[in-house]
Design a protein. Structure first.
Length: 422
């Protein structure tokens, strides 16, 4: 059974919906095609997803908030034959090529243009088997999926893993943290799959003495102040690390430090540096070698530790600055609620650290700089800073530092944030 907000769908009901969806889009008449699916109704999306997967077709899930023109461009760029929108309206597209059944995705684009990622259903099944066998702690818990099921985190780890375990996932469509808290309270031993930002908000809203039974975080590294707040209000705190090309790579079943990603899943091979000598994390999935562009290392006990995105590292006069180190210090300053460090070109040092931050009140530039000088090395101190109404984050909590740096350099960062909020 799957529950979506306040409606439950048992196996028979979901099967009937899948059969109607398959008939509506003509799956049986067009085998081997690739479908981009952009449906605002979550139940209809899952019904069509199950039908397409069962038929061996390929699926590109698209966030339902995506305008149709943008959905069409994305579908064409990925090579889909058809775009399915609300009402199961089918638009034929040009340029698609028939092939094996695939889950189609695009990378987040945080290090450049998004790239097409294709994984076979057999690869997805292998990931789910490995995930379930290695991560046993949630077997008695009820998954609450408060993240998009059009993303692999919510779809695979939230919904498909729960079904594999014989559980009934509960999908929450809203981003309202008070609604999520209400669902947590009425659920027996809930495991909340959500973004770092949502978990942080919930931890701040919970009344004194109330805790989250269990939570999974993914998508981006928790800033230290957020981690402390969430850890203090959560009985069982998990973290998983992955990438679009490989899926989930590692899981930490007892998170005690935000940079500890956990033990790699058994179906994958992971190569990186050792303690004190981080290197790029390289994942081997079958015959594929995936370069993650993430910097990390493996501890003596086999725990994968994340250091930084290689493309986010700022080189100040030959010395590496990892943005998270700067962000954690800035966010520890009273009144600061969020921060992102990014690079600025500098004629003397090559690169310098710049900062965008949010605060509950006005903070004088001299006070911010003094705080940083007291808590950071000289090469880590931001040379420029701008206060924003909010730090722009993607749906999974990730930050596109490249985009932020470009907007800041063009003097359009604050304007772009205002436009996005309209």
């Amino acid at each position: 059974m799957i529950r979506i907000d306040d409606t439950s769908y048992d196996q028979a009901r979901m099967q009937a919906m899948s059969e109607r969806a398959a008939l509506a889009v003509g799956i049986a008449d067009h085998p081997g095609l690739s479908y981009a699916v952009c449906l605002s109704d979550t139940a209809e999306f899952l019904a069509l997803f199950f039908a397409l997967r069962s038929a061996g077709a390929s699926v590109l899930p698209i966030r339902p908030s995506t305008p149709r023109a943008a959905a069409r461009r994305l579908a064409v760029s990925v090579g889909c034959h058809r775009l399915v929108c609300d009402g199961f309206a089918v638009e034929e597209l040009e340029g698609g090529a028939a092939g094996p059944g695939l889950l189609l995705q695009t990378t987040s684009g945080t290090t450049g243009e998004p790239k097409r990622v294709a994984r076979t259903w057999a690869e997805i099944d292998r990931e789910i088997e490995s995930y379930v066998s290695a991560f046993r702690e949630p077997e008695s818990m009820t998954p609450l999926v408060a993240c998009p099921v059009t993303h692999s985190y919510g779809l695979i780890c939230g919904v498909l893993v729960a079904l594999k375990r014989g559980q009934s996932p509960h999908v929450l469509n809203t981003g309202n943290p008070k609604y999520v808290i209400a669902r947590l309270r009425e659920t027996r031993q809930p495991l909340l799959y959500s973004s770092p930002a949502m978990l942080h908000t919930i931890s701040r809203l919970l009344p004194a003495g109330e805790t989250i039974f269990a939570a999974m975080t993914s998508g981006t590294l928790l800033p230290d102040p957020w981690f402390a707040s969430i850890r203090a209000r959560t009985t069982h705190l998990f973290q998983q690390y992955g990438c679009s090309e490989a899926g989930c790579v590692a899981i930490n079943p007892d998170l005690t430090a935000p940079d500890e990603m956990g033990i790699p899943l058994p179906h994958l091979g992971v190569e990186t540096g050792g303690e004190g000598a981080p290197r790029e994390i390289v994942v081997r999935a079958g015959e594929r070698e995936i370069h993650t562009r993430d910097l990390g290392y493996l501890t003596g006990t086999g725990t994968l530790v994340f250091v930084a995105r290689l493309d986010d590292t700022i080189n100040v006069s030959g010395i590496n600055v990892y943005p998270r180190e700067v962000e954690d210090v800035v966010m520890a300053m009273p009144g600061v609620t969020d921060a992102v460090a990014f690079r600025r070109v500098d004629p003397s040092a090559g690169e310098r650290v710049a900062l965008a931050f949010c605060a509950e009140r006005a903070i004088a530039p001299a006070s911010l700089r003094e705080w940083c000088m007291q808590n950071l090395a000289v090469h880590q101190v931001p040379m420029e800073a701008v206060r924003l109404a909010r730090v722009p984050r993607q749906a999974n909590g990730k930050i596109n530092r490249r985009e932020i740096a470009a907007l800041y350099a063009e003097g359009r960062l604050e304007h772009a944030i205002a436009e996005a909020a309209i």
